[in-house]
Design a protein around this ligand. Structure first.
Ligand code: MN
Length: 245
């Protein structure tokens, strides 16, 4: 893909993530530069639904704008820069504060794959504790490279991580995959909370007992969905172009 095509997809990703309830006035999505792996593209500090091509800025892996031209960057761009630095497999990153994932970052209830759409949540979903890196009195934001490094360390090799009292980060090998993961992580969180309620009230087993996908099922489902990344993308793109569909 050319840089122009990548920017077009990044703008669309911003709009889709808003439309699908993953971001609101806050949150962001980035993509690694197609010809400069040591750089990435991310909008200036505006609401994702309003992002246009001219808002897309280029950054180096220290989080410095390459040519800001007066545009103000997101404070939390260091999430993106430090993940791109250590995760050479990652081509795109979403950071969001969607409501259903937050409870899983502040309780002992682990976010786990409840349906075949979210096999990427298999294993231990990491939960970033900013107090470990920033002490007890931060403003919760990843506003420095040091906090970005700490976050990337917590993420490790995972596809998705929670941030305690803040939100989540999804990573992927394309814009389409990362948008898919961000959308379905939020949906998984909603479904898991609903299953917890059902199992607590009328389950036949212990309260709170849920039959999650096992690791093999999660891996199989993830591989099956991987070849269909274009399908939801085209639907979500159509919804952006035709509100109400
Ligand atoms: Mn944030």
């Amino acid at each position: 893909m050319t840089e122009r095509e990548i920017i077009e997809d990044l703008v669309t990703a911003n709009h889709i993530l808003y439309n699908e309830g993953v971001v609101d006035g806050f949150g962001h999505v980035s993509v690694r530069h197609p010809s400069r792996p040591d750089r990435f593209l991310l909008a200036r500090s505006v609401a994702p639904a309003t992002v246009k091509a001219e808002d897309i800025m280029e950054f180096d892996l220290d989080g410095n704008p390459v040519d800001a031209r007066g545009r103000k960057p997101y404070l939390e761009r260091f999430i993106h820069s430090e993940v791109f630095r250590v995760r050479t497999d990652v081509q795109a990153v979403v950071h969001n504060h969607s409501p259903a994932v937050i409870p899983f970052g502040v309780t002992n209830t682990k976010l786990r794959p409840i349906s075949h759409m979210s096999g990427f949540l298999a294993g231990n979903v990491p939960n970033f504790e900013i107090r470990d890196a920033g002490g007890p009195a931060t403003d919760m934001l990843i506003r420095t490279p040091q906090l970005g490094v700490a976050f990337a360390r917590t993420l490790g090799s995972a596809a998705f991580a929670l941030m305690r009292g803040h939100g989540a980060v999804a990573v992927g090998d394309s814009i389409r995959q990362v948008v898919y993961r961000a959308v379905y992580a939020e949906q998984n969180a909603r479904l898991q909370a609903e299953a917890l309620r059902l199992s607590g009230l009328c389950g036949s087993g212990e309260p709170g007992e849920i039959n999650f996908l096992n690791d093999a099922e999660a891996a199989g489902a993830d591989a099956a969905n991987y070849v269909n990344m274009d399908r939801p993308w085209e639907l979500w793109k159509m919804r952006v172009a035709n509100p109400g569909k």
